[in-house]
Design a protein. Structure first.
Length: 445
């Protein structure tokens, strides 16, 4: 039976995009400019292209959804501060690839003060004349090429009074700082992405059978994403049965699922460019073995404590240290690590079984932007930040490991918003307690 459609949250409003641009420009001197290209189409093979995905920083500042656009911000310009260059209207091309928004649409539907088509890029030099500092993504060769071209044109006209920019500065860190704290409208989109992602994980649990292939669970997951309007995965879906779960970024998803193994699924849908990011690990046949459950419950307890410790003022580093402590204590208890707790933490012997960090920011990018440290110190969490909590244990298939634990990989991952008083878990729609997973897989919930 096909699932019920969910009602969609509102898209980010034109006013909110404008307010973001204002916040950015408020940090810049008057004689500066921002130059930010959007993404271009990328060739997949011959004349086929990958599905277009807009550049996240560009999207954050204007929401314009087409390839080959360029945003220019000119703080203090009386005739308008926000200018966009975009694909030209072209009836013949539009007959093949769809209606283009065009400059008029950019003004009317996207709140630009002025817009030109890309055949008019030569007007850039005129607009940037007299702007001392151009803020742009310094790591983006295309953006640098455009800026260098403009500087050369203006320098060549210096004797006619043109003033070329004297400095290029990085815009990325400024935008990333803004992106780190999510607005209510963004949180509504993230709740939706997380809800869809949770439904997808439930669907994969229902579909799991020994003998099915990892890619068949991927198909279930991605069906649910697209059905609910999350038109692409936010990152490559990971479905790892048995020891494949120990490969952190396993994406082959090509092996058959074996009776008695666990399967790890790390998958999240992207809704209106916002990412969900969930991992669940469950038994292929619906029942945990004793050894699997023993390991699972260690990861679960660490994860639950990590999630519960999300609140303003906490840090990702402290959450990670708590997780490491819980996992290490569990490994000692099971006899997989020898020695005292403090000594195992100090020597980092736990890293044989847990080598990634516990959290990352989440937003328009799955590993979202924003600095993790401020003045060299771990950054205290603030309301509106969104992070993952994702501890795991990955037990090598090695001779010194007791047989029942060999080749088991477990990760449990939830998405959490920092609130005024603690954390709001966005991904509670998919169970994680072993009993609850077994009940769902048995068709009881
Ligand atoms: N899905 C990538 C991650 O969990 O970080
Ligand atoms: Mn993650
Ligand atoms: Mn993940």
């Amino acid at each position: 039976m096909l699932p019920e459609p969910l009602s969609h949250p509102a898209a980010i409003s034109m006013e909110e995009f404008a307010a973001r641009r204002e916040r950015l420009m408020a940090e810049l001197p008057e004689d500066s400019a921002v130059l930010l290209p959007g993404a271009a189409l990328k060739t997949r093979n011959h004349d086929s292209e990958y599905t277009f995905r807009q550049n996240s920083d560009f999207h954050y500042l204007c929401g314009f959804p087409e390839p080959d656009a360029l945003l220019l911000l000119l703080p203090g310009r009386e005739a308008g501060e926000a200018i966009l260059y975009c694909q030209e209207k072209d009836p013949e091309k539009e007959a093949w690839t769809g209606i283009r928004i065009g400059p008029e649409g950019a003004v009317n539907a996207y709140g630009m003060d002025e817009a030109f088509d890309n055949t008019q890029r030569s007007s850039l030099a005129e607009l940037l004349d007299g702007r001392q500092t151009v803020y742009l993504p310094l790591a983006d060769a295309g953006a640098m090429g455009i800026a260098e071209g403009v500087r050369a044109q203006l320098s060549a006209r210096a004797r006619c009074g043109a003033v070329a920019p004297t400095r290029f500065a990085d815009v990325s860190a400024l935008v990333h700082e803004l992106r780190l704290t999510k607005s209510e409208a963004e949180l509504a989109l993230m709740r939706h992405a997380a809800r869809i992602s949770a439904l997808a994980h439930c669907r994969a649990m229902h579909a799991s059978r020994a003998g099915r292939f990892e890619y068949q669970l991927q198909a279930e997951i991605e069906h649910e994403f697209v059905w609910h309007g999350a038109r692409a995965p936010a990152y490559g879906t990971i479905v790892g049965g048995g020891a494949n779960a120990c490969v952190l970024h396993y994406i082959e998803n090509a092996a058959p699922l074996a009776d008695g193994d666990l399967v790890l699924i790390d998958a999240g849908g992207e809704f209106d460019l916002y990412a969900g990011d969930i991992t669940r690990t469950f038994p292929v046949n619906g029942r945990f073995s004793e050894a699997q459950r023993a390991l699972y419950d260690i990861v679960l307890a660490a994860e639950e404590r990590g999630v519960a410790s999300v609140k303003p003022g906490a840090t990702l580093e402290a959450i990670h240290q708590g997780v490491v402590r819980d996992l290490t204590a569990g490994l000692i208890e099971l006899g997989l690590l020898e020695g005292e707790l403090e000594a195992c933490i100090e020597s980092q012997s736990f890293r044989r079984f847990y080598l990634h960090s516990t959290s990352h920011w989440l937003g328009l990018d799955v590993h979202d932007v924003g600095s993790y440290r401020v003045d060299g110190e771990p950054r205290p969490l603030e309301p509106g930040m969104v992070l993952t909590v994702e501890p795991g244990l990955y037990i090598p298939d090695a001779e010194d490991i007791p047989l029942p634990y060999r080749g088991i990989g477990i990760r449990i991952e939830d998405d959490v918003v920092v609130t005024e008083s603690g954390g709001e878990v966005l991904t509670a729609g998919v169970p994680k307690a072993a009993d609850a997973i077994e009940a769902l897989m048995a068709g009881q919930i």
